[in-house]
Design a protein around this ligand. Structure first.
Ligand code: AMP
Ligand code: GLY
Length: 417
Protein backbone atom coordinates (compact mmCIF):
# COMPACT_ATOMS: atom_id res chain seq x y z
CA UNK A 1 0.00 0.00 0.00
CA UNK A 2 0.96 3.61 -0.53
CA UNK A 3 0.08 5.82 2.42
CA UNK A 4 -0.01 9.62 2.66
CA UNK A 5 0.19 11.39 6.05
CA UNK A 6 -0.79 15.05 6.18
CA UNK A 7 1.02 17.32 8.66
CA UNK A 8 4.48 18.22 9.91
CA UNK A 9 4.63 17.75 13.68
CA UNK A 10 5.74 15.11 16.15
CA UNK A 11 2.22 13.63 15.98
CA UNK A 12 2.73 13.01 12.26
CA UNK A 13 6.28 11.66 12.82
CA UNK A 14 4.76 9.19 15.29
CA UNK A 15 2.02 8.22 12.82
CA UNK A 16 4.61 7.72 10.05
CA UNK A 17 6.82 5.66 12.41
CA UNK A 18 3.88 3.45 13.44
CA UNK A 19 2.59 3.05 9.87
CA UNK A 20 6.09 2.13 8.69
CA UNK A 21 5.92 -0.96 10.93
CA UNK A 22 2.88 -2.32 9.09
CA UNK A 23 3.54 -5.26 6.77
CA UNK A 24 0.86 -3.79 4.47
CA UNK A 25 2.75 -0.56 3.82
CA UNK A 26 5.17 -0.32 0.89
CA UNK A 27 5.69 3.41 0.65
CA UNK A 28 4.87 6.42 2.83
CA UNK A 29 4.54 10.04 1.73
CA UNK A 30 4.14 12.98 4.08
CA UNK A 31 2.95 16.48 3.22
CA UNK A 32 4.81 18.59 4.15
CA UNK A 33 6.70 16.53 6.81
CA UNK A 34 9.90 17.49 8.65
CA UNK A 35 13.55 16.42 8.98
CA UNK A 36 12.82 13.35 11.12
CA UNK A 37 9.91 12.23 8.95
CA UNK A 38 12.12 12.40 5.84
CA UNK A 39 14.10 9.40 7.17
CA UNK A 40 10.96 7.22 6.91
CA UNK A 41 8.79 8.87 4.26
CA UNK A 42 9.04 10.90 1.07
CA UNK A 43 8.23 14.48 2.05
CA UNK A 44 6.06 16.33 -0.43
CA UNK A 45 5.98 20.12 -0.44
CA UNK A 46 2.22 20.69 -0.24
CA UNK A 47 0.71 22.76 2.57
CA UNK A 48 -1.84 21.08 4.85
CA UNK A 49 -4.55 23.58 3.92
CA UNK A 50 -4.12 23.10 0.17
CA UNK A 51 -6.74 20.36 0.09
CA UNK A 52 -7.13 20.46 -3.70
CA UNK A 53 -3.36 20.11 -4.15
CA UNK A 54 -3.34 17.16 -1.72
CA UNK A 55 -6.23 15.51 -3.56
CA UNK A 56 -4.48 15.91 -6.93
CA UNK A 57 -1.29 14.45 -5.44
CA UNK A 58 -3.13 11.45 -3.96
CA UNK A 59 -4.82 10.71 -7.30
CA UNK A 60 -1.67 11.13 -9.36
CA UNK A 61 0.46 9.03 -6.98
CA UNK A 62 -2.05 6.22 -6.50
CA UNK A 63 -2.31 6.72 -2.72
CA UNK A 64 -4.30 3.88 -1.11
CA UNK A 65 -4.84 5.52 2.29
CA UNK A 66 -4.52 9.12 3.52
CA UNK A 67 -4.24 9.92 7.24
CA UNK A 68 -4.92 13.51 8.30
CA UNK A 69 -3.02 14.93 11.30
CA UNK A 70 -4.24 18.49 11.96
CA UNK A 71 -7.79 19.81 12.30
CA UNK A 72 -7.57 22.56 9.64
CA UNK A 73 -7.99 20.36 6.56
CA UNK A 74 -10.69 18.26 8.28
CA UNK A 75 -12.74 21.34 9.12
CA UNK A 76 -12.18 22.60 5.55
CA UNK A 77 -13.69 19.37 4.17
CA UNK A 78 -10.70 17.33 2.95
CA UNK A 79 -12.51 14.06 3.72
CA UNK A 80 -15.56 15.01 1.65
CA UNK A 81 -13.28 16.03 -1.24
CA UNK A 82 -11.26 12.79 -1.16
CA UNK A 83 -14.40 10.64 -0.92
CA UNK A 84 -15.95 12.46 -3.93
CA UNK A 85 -12.77 11.53 -5.79
CA UNK A 86 -12.99 7.86 -4.71
CA UNK A 87 -9.91 8.14 -2.48
CA UNK A 88 -9.65 6.30 0.84
CA UNK A 89 -9.05 8.74 3.72
CA UNK A 90 -9.09 8.46 7.52
CA UNK A 91 -10.92 11.24 9.37
CA UNK A 92 -14.36 12.75 9.94
CA UNK A 93 -16.21 14.63 7.21
CA UNK A 94 -16.84 18.38 7.23
CA UNK A 95 -20.15 18.19 9.08
CA UNK A 96 -18.68 16.01 11.86
CA UNK A 97 -15.50 18.11 12.05
CA UNK A 98 -17.60 21.09 13.23
CA UNK A 99 -17.40 19.45 16.66
CA UNK A 100 -13.89 20.92 16.76
CA UNK A 101 -14.31 23.72 14.19
CA UNK A 102 -16.95 25.55 16.23
CA UNK A 103 -16.88 25.61 20.03
CA UNK A 104 -20.48 26.87 20.06
CA UNK A 105 -21.64 23.97 17.88
CA UNK A 106 -19.72 21.59 20.12
CA UNK A 107 -21.05 23.00 23.41
CA UNK A 108 -24.60 23.07 22.03
CA UNK A 109 -24.19 19.41 21.00
CA UNK A 110 -23.06 18.49 24.55
CA UNK A 111 -25.92 20.41 26.15
CA UNK A 112 -28.55 18.99 23.80
CA UNK A 113 -27.42 15.41 24.41
CA UNK A 114 -26.82 15.64 28.18
CA UNK A 115 -23.02 15.33 28.05
CA UNK A 116 -21.51 16.87 31.22
CA UNK A 117 -19.57 20.07 30.44
CA UNK A 118 -18.89 23.49 31.96
CA UNK A 119 -21.82 25.95 32.08
CA UNK A 120 -21.53 28.42 29.18
CA UNK A 121 -23.13 31.16 27.13
CA UNK A 122 -22.34 32.13 23.52
CA UNK A 123 -22.10 35.71 22.19
CA UNK A 124 -21.40 37.71 19.06
CA UNK A 125 -21.96 41.08 20.74
CA UNK A 126 -19.26 42.59 22.96
CA UNK A 127 -21.64 44.49 25.24
CA UNK A 128 -23.89 41.50 25.81
CA UNK A 129 -20.85 39.37 26.63
CA UNK A 130 -19.51 41.90 29.16
CA UNK A 131 -22.95 42.13 30.80
CA UNK A 132 -22.97 38.35 31.23
CA UNK A 133 -19.74 38.45 33.27
CA UNK A 134 -21.88 39.33 36.33
CA UNK A 135 -23.41 35.85 36.15
CA UNK A 136 -20.09 33.99 36.44
CA UNK A 137 -17.57 33.64 39.27
CA UNK A 138 -13.90 34.38 38.60
CA UNK A 139 -11.71 32.97 37.17
CA UNK A 140 -13.65 32.66 33.95
CA UNK A 141 -12.79 31.06 30.60
CA UNK A 142 -13.27 32.86 27.29
CA UNK A 143 -13.02 30.90 24.05
CA UNK A 144 -12.98 31.96 20.41
CA UNK A 145 -15.62 29.96 18.55
CA UNK A 146 -13.46 29.02 15.55
CA UNK A 147 -10.02 27.49 15.05
CA UNK A 148 -7.26 29.63 16.54
CA UNK A 149 -4.19 27.38 16.37
CA UNK A 150 -4.58 26.35 20.02
CA UNK A 151 -4.45 29.97 21.26
CA UNK A 152 -8.17 30.75 21.36
CA UNK A 153 -8.77 29.79 25.01
CA UNK A 154 -8.04 32.44 27.64
CA UNK A 155 -8.42 31.96 31.39
CA UNK A 156 -9.15 35.34 32.99
CA UNK A 157 -8.54 35.87 36.71
CA UNK A 158 -10.72 38.95 37.11
CA UNK A 159 -13.36 41.05 35.41
CA UNK A 160 -10.85 43.55 33.93
CA UNK A 161 -8.88 40.78 32.22
CA UNK A 162 -12.14 39.29 30.92
CA UNK A 163 -13.25 42.64 29.43
CA UNK A 164 -9.89 43.08 27.67
CA UNK A 165 -10.08 39.53 26.30
CA UNK A 166 -13.64 39.94 25.02
CA UNK A 167 -12.70 43.22 23.30
CA UNK A 168 -9.58 41.69 21.75
CA UNK A 169 -11.53 38.76 20.35
CA UNK A 170 -14.81 40.34 19.25
CA UNK A 171 -13.77 43.91 18.35
CA UNK A 172 -10.06 43.83 17.54
CA UNK A 173 -10.39 40.47 15.75
CA UNK A 174 -7.26 39.09 17.41
CA UNK A 175 -8.12 35.66 15.98
CA UNK A 176 -9.77 36.99 12.81
CA UNK A 177 -13.26 35.64 12.14
CA UNK A 178 -12.60 32.74 14.54
CA UNK A 179 -13.21 35.16 17.44
CA UNK A 180 -16.25 37.01 16.06
CA UNK A 181 -18.33 34.65 18.17
CA UNK A 182 -17.19 33.63 21.63
CA UNK A 183 -18.05 31.28 24.44
CA UNK A 184 -17.94 32.40 28.05
CA UNK A 185 -17.54 29.41 30.30
CA UNK A 186 -17.37 28.52 33.96
CA UNK A 187 -13.82 27.69 35.15
CA UNK A 188 -13.44 24.04 36.14
CA UNK A 189 -10.90 22.89 38.72
CA UNK A 190 -9.35 19.47 38.65
CA UNK A 191 -6.99 17.22 36.74
CA UNK A 192 -7.12 16.70 32.99
CA UNK A 193 -7.47 13.45 31.08
CA UNK A 194 -7.06 13.07 27.33
CA UNK A 195 -9.02 10.17 25.89
CA UNK A 196 -8.61 9.40 22.21
CA UNK A 197 -11.23 7.13 20.67
CA UNK A 198 -11.78 5.50 17.30
CA UNK A 199 -15.30 6.10 15.98
CA UNK A 200 -16.32 3.68 13.22
CA UNK A 201 -19.69 5.19 12.32
CA UNK A 202 -21.58 2.93 14.76
CA UNK A 203 -19.36 2.37 17.78
CA UNK A 204 -16.89 4.37 19.80
CA UNK A 205 -13.77 2.51 20.88
CA UNK A 206 -11.55 4.26 23.43
CA UNK A 207 -7.78 3.97 23.34
CA UNK A 208 -5.56 3.99 26.40
CA UNK A 209 -5.71 7.29 28.31
CA UNK A 210 -3.10 10.03 28.55
CA UNK A 211 -2.30 13.11 30.59
CA UNK A 212 -1.21 16.24 28.73
CA UNK A 213 0.68 19.14 30.32
CA UNK A 214 -0.61 22.33 28.68
CA UNK A 215 1.27 25.03 30.60
CA UNK A 216 4.68 26.19 29.39
CA UNK A 217 6.60 25.88 32.67
CA UNK A 218 7.08 23.57 35.66
CA UNK A 219 4.33 23.40 38.30
CA UNK A 220 1.78 24.39 35.64
CA UNK A 221 2.99 27.94 35.47
CA UNK A 222 3.10 30.26 32.48
CA UNK A 223 0.90 30.49 29.40
CA UNK A 224 -0.98 27.64 27.70
CA UNK A 225 0.87 25.83 24.90
CA UNK A 226 0.00 23.10 22.42
CA UNK A 227 1.27 20.63 25.06
CA UNK A 228 4.70 20.34 26.74
CA UNK A 229 4.64 16.68 27.67
CA UNK A 230 2.46 13.66 28.22
CA UNK A 231 2.28 10.24 29.76
CA UNK A 232 0.14 7.14 29.36
CA UNK A 233 -1.82 5.59 30.97
CA UNK A 234 -3.31 8.40 33.05
CA UNK A 235 -3.49 7.21 36.69
CA UNK A 236 -6.56 9.43 37.31
CA UNK A 237 -8.71 7.25 35.06
CA UNK A 238 -9.90 4.52 37.43
CA UNK A 239 -12.23 1.74 36.28
CA UNK A 240 -15.15 3.46 38.03
CA UNK A 241 -14.44 6.73 36.26
CA UNK A 242 -14.10 4.87 32.95
CA UNK A 243 -17.57 3.40 33.49
CA UNK A 244 -19.00 6.83 34.31
CA UNK A 245 -17.41 8.33 31.18
CA UNK A 246 -18.74 5.45 29.10
CA UNK A 247 -22.31 5.99 30.33
CA UNK A 248 -22.43 9.78 30.43
CA UNK A 249 -20.17 10.76 27.57
CA UNK A 250 -19.37 8.01 25.06
CA UNK A 251 -22.88 6.49 24.84
CA UNK A 252 -24.56 9.91 24.79
CA UNK A 253 -22.10 11.11 22.15
CA UNK A 254 -22.97 8.20 19.83
CA UNK A 255 -26.72 8.63 20.45
CA UNK A 256 -26.34 12.36 19.71
CA UNK A 257 -24.62 11.68 16.39
CA UNK A 258 -27.48 9.41 15.38
CA UNK A 259 -30.17 11.89 16.40
CA UNK A 260 -28.43 14.76 14.61
CA UNK A 261 -27.69 12.65 11.55
CA UNK A 262 -23.93 13.08 11.74
CA UNK A 263 -21.86 10.35 10.11
CA UNK A 264 -18.63 10.13 12.15
CA UNK A 265 -15.60 8.06 11.22
CA UNK A 266 -12.15 8.81 12.57
CA UNK A 267 -10.71 9.95 15.88
CA UNK A 268 -12.68 11.62 18.63
CA UNK A 269 -10.26 13.12 21.14
CA UNK A 270 -12.02 14.12 24.36
CA UNK A 271 -10.38 16.46 26.83
CA UNK A 272 -11.81 15.99 30.34
CA UNK A 273 -11.45 17.91 33.57
CA UNK A 274 -11.93 15.60 36.53
CA UNK A 275 -12.98 17.40 39.70
CA UNK A 276 -15.20 16.90 42.73
CA UNK A 277 -18.28 16.42 40.54
CA UNK A 278 -16.78 13.79 38.27
CA UNK A 279 -15.53 14.17 34.70
CA UNK A 280 -16.69 17.07 32.53
CA UNK A 281 -15.83 17.51 28.87
CA UNK A 282 -13.57 20.50 28.17
CA UNK A 283 -13.51 19.99 24.45
CA UNK A 284 -13.90 17.63 21.55
CA UNK A 285 -11.17 17.40 18.92
CA UNK A 286 -11.68 15.46 15.73
CA UNK A 287 -8.07 14.30 15.27
CA UNK A 288 -5.14 12.68 17.02
CA UNK A 289 -3.73 14.80 19.90
CA UNK A 290 -0.21 16.14 20.06
CA UNK A 291 1.64 15.02 22.24
CA UNK A 292 -1.00 12.38 23.18
CA UNK A 293 -0.31 10.43 19.99
CA UNK A 294 3.38 10.17 20.86
CA UNK A 295 2.63 8.28 24.09
CA UNK A 296 -0.49 6.37 23.08
CA UNK A 297 0.80 4.94 19.79
CA UNK A 298 4.01 3.83 21.47
CA UNK A 299 1.82 1.51 23.53
CA UNK A 300 -0.35 0.22 20.66
CA UNK A 301 0.76 -3.23 19.56
CA UNK A 302 -1.84 -3.73 16.81
CA UNK A 303 -1.15 -2.88 13.17
CA UNK A 304 -2.25 0.74 12.73
CA UNK A 305 -3.17 0.33 9.06
CA UNK A 306 -5.51 -2.53 9.94
CA UNK A 307 -7.09 -0.42 12.72
CA UNK A 308 -7.58 2.62 10.47
CA UNK A 309 -9.08 0.59 7.60
CA UNK A 310 -11.44 -1.23 9.98
CA UNK A 311 -12.55 2.14 11.38
CA UNK A 312 -13.28 3.39 7.87
CA UNK A 313 -15.24 0.27 6.89
CA UNK A 314 -17.13 0.21 10.20
CA UNK A 315 -15.86 -3.10 11.60
CA UNK A 316 -13.33 -2.04 14.28
CA UNK A 317 -13.91 -3.72 17.67
CA UNK A 318 -12.30 -3.15 21.07
CA UNK A 319 -10.48 -6.49 20.72
CA UNK A 320 -8.66 -5.17 17.62
CA UNK A 321 -6.73 -2.82 19.88
CA UNK A 322 -3.90 -4.62 21.68
CA UNK A 323 -2.03 -2.52 24.23
CA UNK A 324 1.34 -2.90 25.87
CA UNK A 325 1.26 -2.87 29.69
CA UNK A 326 4.31 -0.65 29.62
CA UNK A 327 4.14 3.02 30.50
CA UNK A 328 5.15 5.80 28.13
CA UNK A 329 6.36 9.34 28.71
CA UNK A 330 6.97 12.20 26.28
CA UNK A 331 8.78 15.47 26.94
CA UNK A 332 8.59 18.30 24.41
CA UNK A 333 11.73 20.30 23.78
CA UNK A 334 10.78 23.80 22.64
CA UNK A 335 12.52 26.84 21.18
CA UNK A 336 13.52 29.64 23.58
CA UNK A 337 10.56 32.02 23.96
CA UNK A 338 7.86 29.51 22.92
CA UNK A 339 4.82 29.84 23.14
CA UNK A 340 5.53 33.53 22.49
CA UNK A 341 8.04 34.70 19.85
CA UNK A 342 11.00 32.41 19.18
CA UNK A 343 13.93 32.12 16.79
CA UNK A 344 14.38 29.37 14.21
CA UNK A 345 17.40 27.88 12.40
CA UNK A 346 19.33 26.77 15.49
CA UNK A 347 21.47 23.71 14.88
CA UNK A 348 20.40 20.65 16.92
CA UNK A 349 23.09 18.27 18.25
CA UNK A 350 23.00 14.72 19.65
CA UNK A 351 19.60 13.70 18.27
CA UNK A 352 20.51 10.06 17.84
CA UNK A 353 19.22 7.92 20.70
CA UNK A 354 21.21 4.96 22.00
CA UNK A 355 18.98 4.44 25.01
CA UNK A 356 16.75 1.38 24.91
CA UNK A 357 13.15 2.18 23.90
CA UNK A 358 13.78 5.92 23.60
CA UNK A 359 12.64 7.53 20.34
CA UNK A 360 13.05 11.16 19.40
CA UNK A 361 10.16 12.34 17.22
CA UNK A 362 10.65 15.60 15.36
CA UNK A 363 8.12 18.44 15.55
CA UNK A 364 9.56 21.69 14.16
CA UNK A 365 12.77 20.66 12.38
CA UNK A 366 14.26 20.90 8.90
CA UNK A 367 17.36 19.53 7.15
CA UNK A 368 19.84 21.87 5.54
CA UNK A 369 22.94 20.33 4.00
CA UNK A 370 23.82 17.74 6.63
CA UNK A 371 22.52 19.73 9.56
CA UNK A 372 19.22 19.47 11.43
CA UNK A 373 17.87 22.93 12.32
CA UNK A 374 14.98 24.13 14.47
CA UNK A 375 11.95 25.22 12.46
CA UNK A 376 9.13 25.76 14.95
CA UNK A 377 8.07 26.41 18.54
CA UNK A 378 7.78 22.81 19.59
CA UNK A 379 10.93 21.22 18.17
CA UNK A 380 11.25 17.64 19.44
CA UNK A 381 9.18 15.05 21.31
CA UNK A 382 11.45 12.72 23.27
CA UNK A 383 9.54 9.53 24.14
CA UNK A 384 10.29 6.43 26.19
CA UNK A 385 8.59 3.16 26.99
CA UNK A 386 9.40 1.23 30.19
CA UNK A 387 7.94 -1.12 32.81
CA UNK A 388 7.24 1.74 35.21
CA UNK A 389 6.43 5.40 34.77
CA UNK A 390 9.50 6.33 36.78
CA UNK A 391 11.80 4.32 34.51
CA UNK A 392 10.21 5.83 31.39
CA UNK A 393 10.58 9.28 32.89
CA UNK A 394 14.24 8.73 33.81
CA UNK A 395 15.02 7.51 30.29
CA UNK A 396 13.26 10.47 28.64
CA UNK A 397 15.13 13.00 30.76
CA UNK A 398 18.44 11.21 30.23
CA UNK A 399 17.99 11.65 26.48
CA UNK A 400 16.60 15.21 26.76
CA UNK A 401 19.77 16.23 28.64
CA UNK A 402 21.98 14.94 25.80
CA UNK A 403 20.22 17.03 23.13
CA UNK A 404 21.37 20.61 22.67
CA UNK A 405 20.41 23.70 20.71
CA UNK A 406 20.64 27.37 21.60
CA UNK A 407 17.96 28.60 24.06
CA UNK A 408 16.07 25.27 24.16
CA UNK A 409 13.69 24.69 27.05
CA UNK A 410 11.60 21.85 28.39
CA UNK A 411 9.58 21.07 31.52
CA UNK A 412 11.37 19.04 34.18
CA UNK A 413 8.23 17.77 35.93
CA UNK A 414 6.47 15.66 33.30
CA UNK A 415 5.07 12.41 34.81
CA UNK A 416 6.40 13.38 38.24
CA UNK A 417 3.45 12.23 40.32
P1 AMP B 1 -9.85 23.64 25.04
O1 AMP B 1 -9.21 23.96 23.73
O2 AMP B 1 -11.26 24.05 25.15
O3 AMP B 1 -9.57 22.26 25.58
O4 AMP B 1 -8.97 24.47 26.09
C1 AMP B 1 -7.57 24.33 26.17
C2 AMP B 1 -7.17 24.17 27.61
O5 AMP B 1 -7.68 25.27 28.40
C3 AMP B 1 -7.73 22.93 28.30
O6 AMP B 1 -6.97 21.80 28.05
C4 AMP B 1 -7.68 23.36 29.75
O7 AMP B 1 -6.37 23.25 30.26
C5 AMP B 1 -8.06 24.82 29.67
N1 AMP B 1 -9.53 24.98 29.82
C6 AMP B 1 -10.45 25.01 28.83
N2 AMP B 1 -11.70 25.15 29.32
C7 AMP B 1 -11.57 25.21 30.65
C8 AMP B 1 -12.50 25.35 31.73
N3 AMP B 1 -13.81 25.48 31.53
N4 AMP B 1 -12.00 25.36 32.98
C9 AMP B 1 -10.67 25.24 33.23
N5 AMP B 1 -9.75 25.12 32.25
C10 AMP B 1 -10.18 25.10 30.99
N1 GLY C 1 -2.56 18.14 23.24
C1 GLY C 1 -3.72 18.84 22.92
C2 GLY C 1 -4.12 18.85 21.52
O1 GLY C 1 -3.61 18.11 20.70
O2 GLY C 1 -5.02 19.62 21.19
Amino acid sequence: MKVLVIGSGAREHTLVWKLSKSPNVDEIFCAPGNAGISDLAKCVDIKVDDINGLCDFAKKSGIDLTVVGPEGPLVAGIVDLFVENNLCIFGPNKKAARLEGSKIFSKDFMKKHGIPTARYEAFSDEKEAIKELDNFDMPIVIKADGLAAGKGVVICNNRDEAIVTIKEMVNDKKFGDAGSNIVIEEFLEGTEISLLCFVNGKDIIPMESARDYKKAFDNDEGPNTGGMGCFSPNNILTDALHDEINEKVLKRFMAGLKKDNIDYKGILFIGFMVGENGAKVLEFNVRFGDPETEVVLRRLESDLVDVLLKTINGTLKQSDLIWSDKKSVCVIIASGGYPKGYEKNKEIQNLQSNIDDVLVFHAGTKKEDDKILTNGGRVLAVTALADTLKEARDKVYKKAKEITFENMHYRKDIAKL
